[in-house]
Design a protein around this ligand. Structure first.
Ligand code: AMP
Ligand code: MG
Length: 490
């Protein structure tokens, strides 16, 4: 099947439900193709989920498709309106400045996927921007979204990247790329904010009704559908933020336009993963105040939900909005505690659960042991070992005493606990130097890029081949590679 046939076939499954229900959300835009487009990478696992066979793709057509270089009847290229609070300040008109919505496809299991291009040229929302994405930031988004997916964190995804010869001006001259992004929905808090702020209540209602009918089916037609919808987003957001905190992911730009209505990780920019536990870790060097530091994320989740809540005041009572928001801290802590308990291999509920979680975090903050390595090594811990091959520190020894005592309450064997822990405590995490290595090698040594992608999308694997087990990539950066500063420019 060629890509043309694919789209022909997709016509059967091809829908544009968002456009049909909310045409007011869109401005029709054509892409501006990049020059000399070439395929940088395809995510074959995702391709399979979309039920596109890699052997049936005609490469040149696929490239043209991602380059927005084909006219398909019935295929809308459109950018959407949205607003957003950027670093706490409301910007009424943002919108897709470099993204195009292509519609959605449905696979045979009934799962739907919106397709979106990022970096496909200017749109009426580009303001001073060029509508482009550079190879560096596109690779970072591509790798991180596939990696978080593999780690079990809800996220938007990327199906493929192409790169071209156009120069793009950032802090340096870089090359252009386009990412074909995929998600159940790319709707953001900012979409609802746009209509609420401009007082377009009919449009706001149609977008809300569409969202509930499509993505929150259980609540549609329920007399309290708007409240149930809000409660669900609060819950999904609490879960998302707890999963970031548990894995050590810092998003970097948690503006309300970068918050997904489905609780997905969206818009990867200057993100980072912590090495050692550090609440003050700031991955975005433009974030001078640390508004989006690692430790601040959960509170920012609440702040962003408050902004979302205020878009719903025509549909939900003030008291219900307030009470729903008040549920967030409890939901967040519940999720976070559950995740850290799983990372520790603790499954029995115990009155001291909060205590052991706190003690773990405190020990990690004091010892500055590598966060990912600690949990991976702990996944091999046997009762009464009282040591880990990490550091001789007294804090760790004391912690292991307490941990050992807590393990007595658990009902499963060391072997069973270890096996479960190895499935949730990754060996590999996307440290900045790995992303940088992928960026530096995508042309010169595509095999290295491929290997990095493979390791990041299978982060729990040991890779038992002693000559090729990527052991080095599981380690924290050396002091030299740790110096990589990530800018917001993308
Ligand atoms: P971000 O910080 O990437 O979430 O983007 C914030 C806003 O700026 C969104 O409306 C983007 O579409 C827009 N934007 C970011 N980069 C560009 C660019 N290179 N050209 C046009 N618009 C952009
Ligand atoms: Mg954004």
């Amino acid at each position: 099947m060629t890509i043309k046939q694919l789209l022909k076939l997709a016509e059967l499954n091809y829908t544009n439900r968002l456009y049909k229900s909310c045409p007011h959300l869109f401005i029709q835009v054509k892409s501006t193709p990049i020059k000399d487009p070439a395929l940088l990478h395809i995510n074959h696992e995702l391709l399979n989920i979309l039920e596109i066979s890699p052997y049936e793709i005609e490469k040149s057509s696929f490239i043209k498709f991602i380059n927005g270089d084909l006219d398909f009847e019935g295929l809308l290229f459109g950018s959407t309106y949205y607003s957003g609070h950027q670093f706490g300040y409301f910007v009424p008109k943002l919108g897709d400045g470099r993204a195009l919505f292509l519609g959605e496809v449905t696979n045979s299991k009934g799962a739907t996927f919106e397709l979106q291009l990022k970096g496909s040229g200017p749109t009426p929302f580009s303001r001073m921007g060029d509508g482009r994405a550079v190879v560096r930031s596109s690779i970072r988004e591509y790798l991180a979204s596939a990696h978080l997916k593999a780690l079990g964190v809800p996220t938007t995804e990327a199906l493929a990247i192409i790169h071209g010869s156009d120069d793009v001006y950032r802090e340096e001259v870089e090359k252009a790329a386009i990412v074909l992004r995929v998600a159940e929905s790319f709707l953001r808090f900012g979409h609802l904010q746009y209509y609420a702020h401009s007082n377009q209540i009919t449009e706001l209602k149609s977008l809300l009704d569409f969202t509930i009918k499509t993505y929150f089916k259980n609540y549609s037609d329920h007399p309290n559908q708007y409240l149930l919808f809000f409660q669900d987003i609060v819950k999904k957001t609490a879960k998302l933020f707890a999963s970031w905190q548990a894995i050590g992911f810092c998003h970097g730009v948690l503006n309300t336009d970068n918050m997904s209505i489905l609780g997905l990780t969206i818009d990867y920019g200057p993100y980072g993963f912590i090495d050692s536990f550090d609440l003050d870790f700031i991955c975005n060097h433009s974030d001078h105040e640390g508004r989006y530091s690692f430790g601040h994320q959960p509170a920012i989740g609440m702040w962003n939900l408050e902004q979302l809540g205020s878009t719903l005041k025509n549909f939900i009572s003030e008291g219900d909005i307030k009470r729903t928001l008040e549920s967030y801290p409890g939901l967040f802590h519940y999720e976070y505690r559950s995740l850290i308990k799983k990372k520790l291999g603790l499954y029995v509920n115990n009155a001291n659960d909060d205590d052991i979680v706190q003690k773990t975090i405190k020990m990690l903050a004091i010892t500055q042991i590598d966060y990912t390595q600690f949990f991976r090594l702990l996944s091999h811990y046997k009762k009464d070992d009282f040591s880990l091959p990490l550091t001789e520190s007294e804090e760790l020894k004391t912690f292991l005493q307490i941990y050992n005592e807590r393990l007595i309450f658990e009902e499963i064997s060391d072997q069973e606990r270890n096996a479960r822990m190895l499935l949730i405590n990754p060996k590999f995490i996307l440290r900045n130097y790995l992303a940088q290595m992928a960026i530096e090698n995508y042309q010169a040594n595509p095999l290295i890029f491929e290997e990095i992608f493979k390791v990041l999308t299978h982060p729990f694997e040991e890779w038992s081949d002693p000559d090729n087990n990527h052991e080095n990539w599981s380690k924290p950066a050396t002091s030299e590679s740790a110096r990589i500063i990530v800018s917001c420019s993308s």
